[in-house]
Design a binder for this molecule. Sequence first.
Ligand SMILES: [Zn+2]
Length: 208
Amino acid sequence: MLHRVVECRSTTPEQRILEVTPDWLEHRILAYRQKGYHFVSINDISKTRLWIAITLDDGYRDNLTVALPLFRKLQVPFCVYVTTGFIGNLQSMWWYPDQSLALDTYELRTLAADPLCTIGAHTISHPHLSQLPFDAQLHEIQTSQHQLQNILNRPINHFSYPHGDYNDQTLNICRQVGFHTAVTTNGRTVRNNYQPLQLDRINIVQPN
Ligand SMILES: [Zn+2]
Protein backbone atom coordinates (compact mmCIF):
# COMPACT_ATOMS: atom_id res chain seq x y z
CA MET A 1 0.00 0.00 0.00
CA LEU A 2 1.31 3.37 -1.12
CA HIS A 3 -0.31 6.78 -1.30
CA ARG A 4 1.86 9.50 -2.82
CA VAL A 5 5.07 9.31 -4.87
CA VAL A 6 6.81 12.71 -4.75
CA GLU A 7 10.22 14.19 -5.55
CA CYS A 8 10.10 16.34 -2.42
CA ARG A 9 8.47 15.04 0.78
CA SER A 10 6.45 17.21 3.18
CA THR A 11 7.89 18.26 6.54
CA THR A 12 4.72 17.49 8.56
CA PRO A 13 4.95 13.91 9.93
CA GLU A 14 1.31 12.98 9.18
CA GLN A 15 1.78 13.94 5.52
CA ARG A 16 5.34 12.64 5.24
CA ILE A 17 4.21 9.15 6.26
CA LEU A 18 2.05 9.03 3.11
CA GLU A 19 4.91 9.99 0.78
CA VAL A 20 7.78 8.08 -0.82
CA THR A 21 10.31 9.37 -3.33
CA PRO A 22 10.62 7.66 -6.73
CA ASP A 23 14.34 6.93 -6.14
CA TRP A 24 13.65 5.16 -2.86
CA LEU A 25 10.72 3.24 -4.37
CA GLU A 26 12.82 2.18 -7.36
CA HIS A 27 15.47 0.73 -5.04
CA ARG A 28 12.83 -1.16 -3.07
CA ILE A 29 11.31 -2.63 -6.24
CA LEU A 30 14.70 -3.68 -7.63
CA ALA A 31 15.68 -5.23 -4.29
CA TYR A 32 12.50 -7.34 -4.20
CA ARG A 33 13.05 -8.38 -7.81
CA GLN A 34 16.52 -9.57 -6.87
CA LYS A 35 15.00 -11.67 -4.08
CA GLY A 36 12.85 -13.39 -6.70
CA TYR A 37 9.55 -11.55 -6.29
CA HIS A 38 7.35 -10.93 -9.32
CA PHE A 39 5.37 -7.71 -9.56
CA VAL A 40 1.86 -8.57 -10.70
CA SER A 41 -1.37 -6.75 -11.45
CA ILE A 42 -4.15 -6.97 -8.85
CA ASN A 43 -5.99 -8.87 -11.63
CA ASP A 44 -3.34 -11.63 -11.59
CA ILE A 45 -2.51 -12.18 -7.92
CA SER A 46 -1.50 -15.67 -6.82
CA LYS A 47 -0.61 -16.87 -10.31
CA THR A 48 3.00 -16.86 -9.21
CA ARG A 49 4.50 -18.03 -5.93
CA LEU A 50 6.42 -14.98 -4.81
CA TRP A 51 4.40 -11.97 -5.83
CA ILE A 52 3.86 -8.34 -4.96
CA ALA A 53 0.95 -6.23 -6.18
CA ILE A 54 1.56 -2.49 -5.84
CA THR A 55 -1.46 -0.40 -4.88
CA LEU A 56 -1.88 3.34 -4.30
CA ASP A 57 -4.85 4.78 -2.39
CA ASP A 58 -6.95 7.96 -2.81
CA GLY A 59 -6.11 9.14 -6.37
CA TYR A 60 -3.28 11.68 -6.15
CA ARG A 61 -2.11 13.52 -9.27
CA ASP A 62 1.49 12.47 -8.55
CA ASN A 63 0.46 8.87 -9.25
CA LEU A 64 0.25 10.04 -12.89
CA THR A 65 3.12 12.55 -12.99
CA VAL A 66 5.74 10.84 -10.78
CA ALA A 67 4.77 7.21 -10.14
CA LEU A 68 3.65 6.25 -13.66
CA PRO A 69 7.00 7.11 -15.33
CA LEU A 70 8.80 4.96 -12.73
CA PHE A 71 6.39 2.04 -13.11
CA ARG A 72 6.75 2.28 -16.90
CA LYS A 73 10.53 2.31 -16.66
CA LEU A 74 10.49 -0.81 -14.45
CA GLN A 75 7.45 -2.37 -16.17
CA VAL A 76 5.60 -2.80 -12.88
CA PRO A 77 1.78 -3.13 -12.85
CA PHE A 78 -0.10 -1.11 -10.22
CA CYS A 79 -3.61 -0.35 -9.02
CA VAL A 80 -4.88 3.13 -8.03
CA TYR A 81 -7.96 3.27 -5.78
CA VAL A 82 -9.77 6.54 -6.47
CA THR A 83 -12.05 8.36 -4.02
CA THR A 84 -14.50 9.90 -6.47
CA GLY A 85 -15.45 12.92 -4.35
CA PHE A 86 -11.84 14.11 -4.59
CA ILE A 87 -11.74 14.02 -8.41
CA GLY A 88 -10.97 17.51 -9.69
CA ASN A 89 -10.76 18.58 -6.03
CA LEU A 90 -14.56 18.82 -5.67
CA GLN A 91 -13.94 17.90 -2.05
CA SER A 92 -10.53 18.49 -0.50
CA MET A 93 -8.36 15.80 1.02
CA TRP A 94 -8.57 17.08 4.58
CA TRP A 95 -5.19 15.64 5.52
CA TYR A 96 -3.64 18.02 2.94
CA PRO A 97 -5.48 21.28 3.65
CA ASP A 98 -5.17 24.09 1.09
CA GLN A 99 -3.61 21.86 -1.55
CA SER A 100 -5.15 20.57 -4.78
CA LEU A 101 -3.56 17.16 -5.13
CA ALA A 102 -6.27 14.97 -6.62
CA LEU A 103 -6.45 13.72 -10.20
CA ASP A 104 -9.05 15.42 -12.38
CA THR A 105 -11.18 13.51 -14.87
CA TYR A 106 -8.81 14.04 -17.79
CA GLU A 107 -5.76 12.99 -15.73
CA LEU A 108 -7.62 9.94 -14.44
CA ARG A 109 -8.41 8.86 -18.00
CA THR A 110 -4.77 9.40 -19.00
CA LEU A 111 -3.54 7.27 -16.09
CA ALA A 112 -6.13 4.55 -16.69
CA ALA A 113 -5.15 4.34 -20.37
CA ASP A 114 -1.76 2.87 -19.45
CA PRO A 115 -1.84 -0.94 -19.73
CA LEU A 116 0.11 -1.26 -16.46
CA CYS A 117 -2.62 0.60 -14.54
CA THR A 118 -5.77 -0.81 -12.96
CA ILE A 119 -8.27 1.61 -11.41
CA GLY A 120 -10.24 0.56 -8.33
CA ALA A 121 -12.89 2.32 -6.25
CA HIS A 122 -12.30 3.87 -2.80
CA THR A 123 -15.81 5.29 -2.02
CA ILE A 124 -17.11 8.83 -2.65
CA SER A 125 -16.12 10.61 0.57
CA HIS A 126 -13.56 8.33 2.30
CA PRO A 127 -15.74 7.51 5.37
CA HIS A 128 -15.32 4.88 8.08
CA LEU A 129 -17.73 2.45 6.41
CA SER A 130 -18.43 0.34 9.51
CA GLN A 131 -19.95 3.38 11.20
CA LEU A 132 -22.52 3.93 8.42
CA PRO A 133 -25.96 2.28 8.04
CA PHE A 134 -26.37 -0.22 5.21
CA ASP A 135 -27.94 2.21 2.70
CA ALA A 136 -25.22 4.81 3.17
CA GLN A 137 -22.52 2.16 2.76
CA LEU A 138 -24.20 0.89 -0.39
CA HIS A 139 -24.30 4.43 -1.79
CA GLU A 140 -20.64 5.14 -0.98
CA ILE A 141 -19.47 1.88 -2.54
CA GLN A 142 -21.79 1.35 -5.50
CA THR A 143 -22.01 4.98 -6.62
CA SER A 144 -18.21 5.37 -6.57
CA GLN A 145 -17.96 2.22 -8.69
CA HIS A 146 -20.55 3.56 -11.16
CA GLN A 147 -18.94 7.01 -11.34
CA LEU A 148 -15.59 5.48 -12.25
CA GLN A 149 -17.21 3.14 -14.76
CA ASN A 150 -18.88 6.14 -16.40
CA ILE A 151 -15.65 8.16 -16.54
CA LEU A 152 -13.50 5.28 -17.80
CA ASN A 153 -16.05 3.24 -19.73
CA ARG A 154 -14.78 -0.04 -18.28
CA PRO A 155 -15.80 -2.35 -15.42
CA ILE A 156 -14.41 -1.45 -11.97
CA ASN A 157 -13.64 -4.76 -10.26
CA HIS A 158 -11.48 -3.78 -7.31
CA PHE A 159 -12.02 -1.85 -4.09
CA SER A 160 -10.05 -0.46 -1.14
CA TYR A 161 -11.68 0.11 2.27
CA PRO A 162 -10.98 3.70 3.42
CA HIS A 163 -8.98 3.57 6.67
CA GLY A 164 -9.03 -0.22 6.20
CA ASP A 165 -12.39 -0.13 7.95
CA TYR A 166 -15.28 -2.49 7.14
CA ASN A 167 -17.87 -4.81 8.69
CA ASP A 168 -19.99 -7.77 7.54
CA GLN A 169 -22.43 -5.46 5.71
CA THR A 170 -19.53 -3.93 3.78
CA LEU A 171 -18.39 -7.39 2.70
CA ASN A 172 -21.93 -8.27 1.56
CA ILE A 173 -22.15 -5.07 -0.49
CA CYS A 174 -18.75 -5.67 -2.10
CA ARG A 175 -19.91 -9.18 -3.03
CA GLN A 176 -23.23 -7.83 -4.32
CA VAL A 177 -21.67 -5.18 -6.60
CA GLY A 178 -19.31 -7.79 -8.01
CA PHE A 179 -15.86 -6.74 -6.84
CA HIS A 180 -13.21 -9.39 -7.55
CA THR A 181 -10.97 -8.13 -4.74
CA ALA A 182 -11.08 -5.66 -1.86
CA VAL A 183 -8.03 -4.62 0.16
CA THR A 184 -7.51 -3.86 3.84
CA THR A 185 -4.63 -2.15 5.61
CA ASN A 186 -3.70 -4.57 8.36
CA GLY A 187 -0.01 -4.98 7.65
CA ARG A 188 0.17 -8.68 6.86
CA THR A 189 1.14 -10.54 3.71
CA VAL A 190 -1.55 -12.39 1.74
CA ARG A 191 -1.66 -16.06 2.66
CA ASN A 192 -2.47 -18.91 0.29
CA ASN A 193 -5.99 -19.37 1.70
CA TYR A 194 -6.80 -15.67 1.33
CA GLN A 195 -10.30 -14.19 1.12
CA PRO A 196 -10.47 -12.06 -2.08
CA LEU A 197 -12.56 -9.38 -0.34
CA GLN A 198 -10.21 -9.17 2.65
CA LEU A 199 -6.79 -8.97 1.06
CA ASP A 200 -4.15 -7.90 3.55
CA ARG A 201 -1.69 -5.16 2.63
CA ILE A 202 1.55 -3.82 4.01
CA ASN A 203 1.86 -0.06 4.34
CA ILE A 204 5.10 0.99 2.68
CA VAL A 205 6.69 3.82 4.66
CA GLN A 206 9.94 5.49 3.68
CA PRO A 207 12.14 5.81 6.78
CA ASN A 208 12.26 9.32 8.34
ZN1 LIG B 1 -7.59 6.28 1.46
